[in-house]
Design a protein around this ligand. Structure first.
Ligand code: KG4
Ligand code: ZN
Length: 360
């Protein structure tokens, strides 16, 4: 692999950056994310985000979901330019890097391997430490990207296409699992129901937009409630399917044409109600009034409103990442890497990509 990416005019520009500096930066972390269908790189300098580049793969839209084989090929194609662009935007030289952080799991094995192998090679070439980051720890760290991160301890709801977990975060690098989904993730429910309704993938943002124009009381989809702080989202997808299958083809077509926004709003309301219930219980039982929401579904307008109402009613505070850091990105991986590296942590080069890595 060619580790020297810059040539000609670019080299001159980088020399100019080097000469214009009075003091070189101290902790410069490059973060890399390639666990699913986004190839991303970001730079954090002394805890401040300097650049964040995301290349999203559009080849999956036609299939209504991520095709793993296409995803790993696309990562391999774009990872070098994405990293180059993140360094360029941050005005950082490769020789400035103090370490490189990469998502090592969970995710699609082929996709993870591209990021992990690339990062190891780059770290060995530059002689800097590398650190494998759990993708979910990355999402939790997205809350520290802004100036006002949450205090410890706080509760954090991770809601994405692959995960739904409630964590008690005791420090920026330690967290305990309180609850999780037993089957589908909340984002998966949005995407599967979107497919049933004939919407584009990923359907979460589309349902969110349509729901704003719809009536959430149009149909009462059942809310599954489990013991403790766990969730189950597989039932709601089946309920939407049964609701539509009970109609003749003609009735179904006309309902989808006239009331798609109402169905979207009713479905979303049920998912949001289900998500909020264990969070409310956990806040009451632990007495922790500070709550974070992270992951793709944390972009959901209705979820944000309802959780905001909840924390306000408990005199607490809701922490949400900027919209661009809700979805998969490398800024959160660089931040998680920064938090660990300032504590002197790094990973051995024997660390491998783990598609089922647990957050411990
Ligand atoms: O965190 P993310 O980018 O990738 C995973 O790690 O899964 O999350 C993607 C998920 C998709 O399921 C997408 O439909 C959902 O987040 N999503 C939303 C919204 N924006 C993205 N779901 C509901 N409302 C939204 N506004
Ligand atoms: Zn994610």
């Amino acid at each position: 692999m060619a580790l020297v990416f810059f040539r000609g005019a670019e080299k001159k520009r980088l020399n100019a950056i080097n000469q214009s500096r009075s003091v070189p930066p101290k902790q410069v972390i490059l973060g890399i994310e390639s666990s699913c269908d986004d190839t991303a790189a970001a730079v954090i300098v002394d805890g401040m985000l300097k650049s964040s580049v995301v290349s999203s793969q559009l080849e999956h839209v036609a299939y209504g979901g991520v095709v793993p084989e296409l995803a790993s090929r696309a990562h391999e194609r774009v990872i070098v330019p994405v990293v180059e662009e993140a360094l360029r935007q941050a005005q950082i030289l490769k020789s400035d890097l103090s370490g490189i952080a990469v998502t090592s799991g969970p995710g699609l094995i082929g996709s993870l391997l591209v990021g992990v192998s690339f990062t190891k090679a780059m770290a060995v070439g530059l002689g800097v430490p590398f650190i494998g980051i759990n993708h979910l720890e990355g999402h939790l760290s997205s809350l520290y990207l802004g100036p006002n991160g949450p205090p410890s301890p706080h509760l954090s709801l991770i809601v994405s296409g692959g995960h739904t977990q409630l964590m008690k975060v005791t420090s920026p690098v330690t967290a305990e699992l309180m609850g999780r989904t037993r089957d589908d993730a909340a984002g998966e429910a949005f995407d599967k129901v979107g497919k049933i309704l004939g919407l584009d993938y990923p359907a979460g943002p589309v349902i969110d937009e349509r729901a704003k124009k719809g009536d959430p009381t149009f149909h009462a989809f059942p809310r599954t409630r489990l013991q403790g702080y766990d969730w189950s989202f597989s039932g709601i997808k089946t309920s939407v399917l049964y609701f539509l299958n009970a109609l003749s083809e003609k009735e179904r077509e006309s309902l989808l044409e006239q009331s798609l926004n109402d169905i979207a709003a009713s479905f979303q309301e049920a998912v949001v109600d289900m998500l909020v219930a264990p969070v409310k219980k956990a806040m009451k039982e632990t007495g922790i009034r500070h709550l974070g929401i992270v992951g793709g579904v944390s972009a959901n307008t209705r979820l944000r409103t309802k959780l905001n109402d909840l924390v306000n009613s408990m005199d607490g505070h809701l922490y949400v990442p900027d919209l661009e850091y809700c979805m998969d990105n490398a800024a959160m991986i660089a931040m998680a890497g920064y938090q660990r590296m300032i504590q002197g942590e790094s990973s051995p080069l024997t660390l491998t990509a783990d598609p089922s890595l647990k957050l411990s």
